[in-house]
Design a protein around this ligand. Sequence first.
Ligand code: A3P
Length: 281
Amino acid sequence: HSTTKTSAEDLLMSYKGILYPSILCSVETFQALETFKARGDDLLVVTYPKNGTNWTIQILHEMVSVFHNSDPLLDATMIEFGDPEILAGFEDRPSPRIISTHLNFKNIPKSFFQKKVKILLVLRNPKDTAVSFYHFYNSLPALPSYTSWDLFFNDFIDGKVSYGQYFEYVVDWEKNFNDETMMAILFEEMKEDFPSSLKKISEFFQLSLSEEQINLVASRTSFNSMKEKSDNTHGKLGDSFFRKGEIGDWKNYFTEEQSKVVDAMFQKYLAGTKLGNMLNY
Ligand code: A3P
């Protein structure tokens, strides 16, 4: 596909068959991750890009702050970003650490499973994911630009995007889903019933919060409140991360044909599965 920035080849790197932004990821860090030391009380957020990562990190940040009456470090960067030294810096962080990643199941450091770390998987309708990703690609200097939605759609379907193919990503988690340590939540569910989603999340992480505290977390993590704070939390990238925050924007982009392609893939990969049933859109 054609790009207007540096070529896609320079901006994306491939590691074990999956693409990653080369400005942010390196083979050295992927290798260092293999021996990353998780702690039993870490809180791990796992997402395919654009599925509500920053929203969820902020939610956990507020929940931990309120529950422990503290102000833990708010770090919205993925564990796989940066050089091995940054990764080593995680060892100095006080517990509980809020850690987030877009890594697919098989690349998650093994110690997260050995230590039975609680993992929150946030999922979003693949069509809205694609549209959000398209805008993100075109607004972030670290990612290639696309001259048209159609070109992006084709690469999204072919898995030629950062973090690979959406359905393969979700299926991998589906196959390895462990109800004891993992909980999945939908972006759409959080949009439609925020307080009860927050309650679910807080109970999963055993951060028992009063209704008043849940409401406080909700108000601090609303789209508008996060967008307003984004100069502080995300600097110049704020507008790229907090775009619309809505359900159904795909209808403004997808052709009927493209919609059918995604529906067919959904059937092929996820129909009748636990995560597929959740996602049923
Ligand atoms: P849109 O591009 O559809 O607006 P991620 O954090 O994983 O990169 O996901 C970004 C998407 O989540 C963007 O979707 C963004 O607007 C949305 N988002 C971020 N914070 C949100 C919030 N508090 N409420 C609803 N949506 C939010």
